[in-house]
Design a protein around this ligand. Structure first.
Ligand code: FMN
Length: 309
């Protein structure tokens, strides 16, 4: 059978429709506008904003990034302009582009997440929220909500009640069993799960005997973590019934396909944006080309299609 000349790239994440499965990951694509000079944002499947809180956040002191083999460590600490400034300054410009804007939210207390969800629910032009319960770089909040299944359940349930927007819950790999957390988020009403956030790590500068990051520890990302992320997507896909968004080290169309074969319905591109700023656009073209060359008429046919026999 010959596939149609234009294979279908659109995917649906349990209430969130995307024109293609390529999404820019939180914290690596600014608020979206920063990348507008590089290509048509409307071509991308979606854009996840930098993690936003109800207040303006300065983040951690520098140095807060360092290079590592096949990756990087960051301890940004969720530096952001605050939800109110995002709504007044960024959103009116963003909604000119026909892509799915997903707002990544975080807080120190449950109430911070609730307020964020309520405020963003009133704003126009937001396609979904991504609830970050997985940042390793803040002292309170973030990851502490994502390492205990009952805490995850309560937080996601509380946020679920406050917004009609589709909820993606972003999971941390820094746990013993990610499936327990994934199931809790699903039971609490998450529409989809994004996995993974960064892996805890650290580096020391031997010449100064100081840690390479002022925060001492940080989050490892980039190609170095890809096999870990792939395995977590694969394991989780077998155990939950909601769609998964694969994140972690993706830097080529082959990587995109791997995550989809392992069970992801869409993917996010993070660190690769730093060394290849137009990669998201290229991946859309290359994914379409791959499907056409392989006579695959619909990208959804790849999801979970890894051969195991
Ligand atoms: C500099 C930097 C900042 C990040 N900021 C956020 C953030 O604000 N919220 C969030 O949920 N994830 C954040 N992340 C995590 C990424 O979205 C992604 O989950 C992680 O880096 C793994 O994907 P990658 O290997 O493709 O970068 C950040 C990552 C980096 C490198």
């Amino acid at each position: 059978m010959v596939a149609s000349s234009s294979p279908s790239l659109s995917v649906e994440l349990n209430g969130l429709k995307l024109k293609n499965p390529i999404i820019a990951a939180s914290g690596t694509f600014g608020y979206g506008l920063e990348y507008a000079p590089l290509g048509d944002l409307g071509k991308l499947g979606g854009i996840v904003t930098k993690g936003l809180s109800m207040w303006e956040e300065k983040g951690n002191p520098p140095p807060r990034i360092c290079e590592t083999p096949a990756g990087m460590l960051n301890s940004i600490g969720l530096d952001n302009i605050g939800i109110e400034n995002f709504i007044t300054e960024k959103l009116p410009q963003l909604i000119r582009y026909d892509t799915a804007f997903i707002v990544n939210i975080w807080g120190r207390e449950t109430d911070d997440y609730i307020k964020a969800a309520e405020r963003l629910d009133e704003a126009k032009g937001i396609a979904a929220l991504e609830v970050n319960i997985s940042c390793p770089n803040i002292k309170k909040g973030g990851i502490t909500f994502g390492t205990d299944p009952s805490v995850t359940f309560k937080l996601v349930q509380a946020v679920r009640k406050r917004t009609a927007l589709p909820l993606l819950v972003k999971l941390t790999p820094n746990v013993t069993d990610i499936i327990l957390i994934a199931r809790s988020a699903e039971d609490a009403g998450a529409n989809a799960l994004s996995l993974i956030n960064t892996l805890l790590g650290m580096e020391i500068d031997v010449s100064t005997r100081r840690p390479s990051l002022a925060n001492i520890t940080g989050g490892l990302s980039g190609p170095a973590i890809r096999p870990v992320a792939l395995q977590m997507v694969y394991q989780t896909a077998k155990k939950v019934n909601i769609p998964l968004v694969g994140v972690g080290g993706i830097s080529s169309v082959a990587d995109v396909i791997k995550f989809m074969l392992a069970g992801a319905s869409a993917v996010q591109i993070g660190t690769a944006n730093f060394f290849d700023p137009t990669i998201c656009w290229r991946l859309v073209d290359e994914l379409e080309e791959y499907l056409r060359n392989d006579n695959i008429s619909d990208v959804n046919q790849l999801v979970g299609a890894m051969r195991e026999e």
